[in-house]
Design a protein around this ligand. Structure first.
Ligand SMILES: NC(=O)CC[C@H](N)C(=O)O
Length: 329
């Protein structure tokens, strides 16, 4: 018997439509409903019994914290149903890495949760959404995809939802995980090469079923000539944590260090991350994190560090605990 897979649709280019077949970059995202997506891909019926739910219909850059909670609660509820074997989430590419990490941290299940997106709308030449969606449904219905955390299928690859980021804003090969893909999916068969070692899903201490709201966490970038204007304003805005996306090894311009110290003295958690796509931030290198009571973001880019900070702050604001969490997830 075929597995039962639910497709939760949220919008993005995979539901996009352009004026003509040559419009690969100029088009409207979030136009096509999930029923039409499914009806347009009868091959899905060969790998799973599929049904769809339209959760949102938005471009992913406009998703909110409340949207994350609604989506994760729905995924969690579906994962508890005995008649659901796997869940696929269609999403815009711009922030799919953030939603994927949020679900990785908060949904307690071993069942496959597979994010999918596309770089070209279905109306374009060489549209990538149909194969990406076929791959996602096939992976979500596979027993061997269980217990591997939230996944993303794009461009034949199976990526870890924790590690993956959008690294190119035009090509179908847009998504990269700095520690490598987990595997590939080809003609409905999975080929695995790696497994995640960070805590996720069943093994997470966070659970969407007990999270009712997320605290405000914002990001300030570091760059040549940076002033303290943004940090000073954010420090007065009611945030619970501030992510600093610094250059290099998360370095911080000496002229803004006093502003970050003031933010910390006011009870806001300061988290030092790097704007460099790959690598990781080392504690007490570049800045004396122990002395300033700052947390370092390990290998998480600023936008992923923000997701973990929001989730972690639902449980603790103790900086030693938060640092442990940043090492473990
Ligand atoms: N390729 C895409 O999905 C980008 C479309 C849109 N900006 C979004 O993220 O939803």
């Amino acid at each position: 018997a075929l597995p039962n897979v639910v497709i939760l649709a949220t919008g993005g280019t995979i539901a996009g439509a352009g004026a003509s077949a040559v419009n690969s970059a100029t088009y409207a995202a979030a136009k096509v409903g999930v029923e039409k997506l499914i009806a347009g891909l009868p091959e899905l019926g060969k790998v799973a019994n599929v049904r769809g739910e339209q959760v949102f219909q938005v471009a992913s850059e406009s998703l909110t914290n409340d949207n994350l909670l609604v989506l994760a609660q729905r995924v969690s509820a579906l994962a508890k149903q005995p008649d659901v074997d796997g869940i696929v989430i269609t999403h815009g590419t711009d922030t799919v890495e953030e939603t994927a990490y949020f679900l990785t941290l908060t949904v307690h299940t071993n069942k496959p949760i597979v994010m999918v997106a596309s770089m070209r709308p279905g109306t374009a030449l060489s549209a990538d959404g149909a194969l990406n969606l076929y791959d996602a449904v096939s992976v979500a219905g596979s027993k061997d995809a269980m217990g591997k955390g939230v996944l993303l299928t794009m461009n034949d690859s199976i990526e870890s939802g924790r590690d993956v980021s959008k690294n190119f804003n035009i090509k179908p090969s847009a998504f990269v995980s700095q520690w490598g893909s987990l595997g590939m999916v080809v003609e409905g068969r999975n080929y695995w090469f790696r497994a995640p070692v960070k805590r996720h899903t069943m093994n997470s201490e966070f659970d969407i079923d007990t999270i009712k709201s997320l605290p405000p966490v914002e990001i300030a970038m570091g760059y040549e000539g940076v002033a303290s204007t943004a940090i000073d304003a954010l420090g007065k805005s009611g945030i619970k944590a501030l992510i600093h996306g610094g250059p290099g090894n998360g370095s911080v311009a000496d002229r803004i260090v006093p502003s970050l110290q003031k933010v910390r003295a006011d009870g806001i958690v300061v988290i030092r991350s790097s704007r460099v796509p790959d690598g990781f931030v080392i504690r007490n290198a570049e800045q004396p994190d122990d002395k300033y009571d700052w947390v370092v973001a390990h290998d998480l880019r600023p936008q992923k560090a923000r997701i973990l900070a929001m989730v972690a702050l639902t449980k603790t604001s103790d900086t030693k605990e938060l640092q442990r969490i940043f090492w473990e997830y």
